[in-house]
Design a protein. Structure first.
Length: 241
């Protein structure tokens, strides 16, 4: 937000909480930073949060708003003198090889981004720099994608449905991030009503909605109407655990 050319109340709002870049998150444990998704606003997000080191990037799925910023890992390649570890599914890796073919060339040109791909799936937990991570499969319409649980923090975006087996992995989480597109039914995303229902089932102490369109309404109007412990997320939000 704002949407190009739109003059609705949300897109013209002076409230900074109504200005939203593409959905992403940065998880910091000690001095270790892990990015979740790398959309077209990745560079701007890293600059405004003053991130100078990055252990790895987790990718939920292959849609452009979640991966197309990977070209901008170059400064991290140069500063850290290594390829950027990318943890994602095989299906996403196939798309990366197509969209960033120049980065996987046998003789890449000087300055090309450098990736180190790590295959993950819903059945196997893994670690990054000693930080345990549990992948959680959800369906984005018909597309299987991954969310992640790190300690008592669970991040799910682009959810339409989730299997009960995967839901068990989330039980006991204290902080949940979950998509809530708008009010109408949608083929590949849950709407606000469905997000509230899923949030109630999971029962986290705090739930933050993300991946919201401008149809969700003004932050100042919507937030007071949400149940206790449920909030709209906004750019720059910091959650300390």
């Amino acid at each position: 937000m704002p949407v190009i050319g739109c003059r609705c109340a949300v897109c013209t709002s002076p409230d900074p909480r109504d200005k939203r870049l593409r959905t992403a998150a940065l998880v910091t444990v000690g001095n270790k930073n892990i990015a979740i998704d790398c959309g077209p606003d990745f560079r701007q997000q890293m600059l405004r949060t003053n991130v100078t080191s990055l252990e790895a990037i987790l990718l939920t799925h292959e849609h452009n708003d979640h991966i197309i910023g990977l070209d901008d890992v170059r400064p991290f390649n140069f500063m850290q003198r290594r390829s950027m570890p990318i943890y994602t599914s095989l299906q996403v890796q196939k798309e990366l090889h197509q969209r960033f073919a120049y980065a996987f060339d046998r003789n890449p040109y000087p300055g090309a981004p450098s990736f180190q791909l790590h295959t993950i799936d819903k059945n196997n937990a893994f670690e990054i720099s000693g930080i345990p991570i549990i992948p959680i499969e959800v369906l984005h319409g018909d597309l299987p994608i991954l969310g992640f649980r790190i300690g008592d923090f669970t991040y799910l975006t682009d959810v339409k449905t989730i299997d009960n087996i995967e839901l068990q992995k989330i039980r006991g989480t204290k902080v949940l991030v979950l998509n809530a597109l708008h009010y109408s039914p949608h083929r590949t995303h849950i709407n606000l009503e469905e997000a509230l229902e899923l949030a109630a089932i999971i029962g986290a102490q705090q739930t933050y909605f993300t991946h919201m369109s401008h149809h969700i309404g003004l932050y100042a109007d919507v937030t007071p109407k949400l149940p206790k412990g449920v909030f709209l997320a906004y750019d720059g939000l910091v959650i300390t655990m």
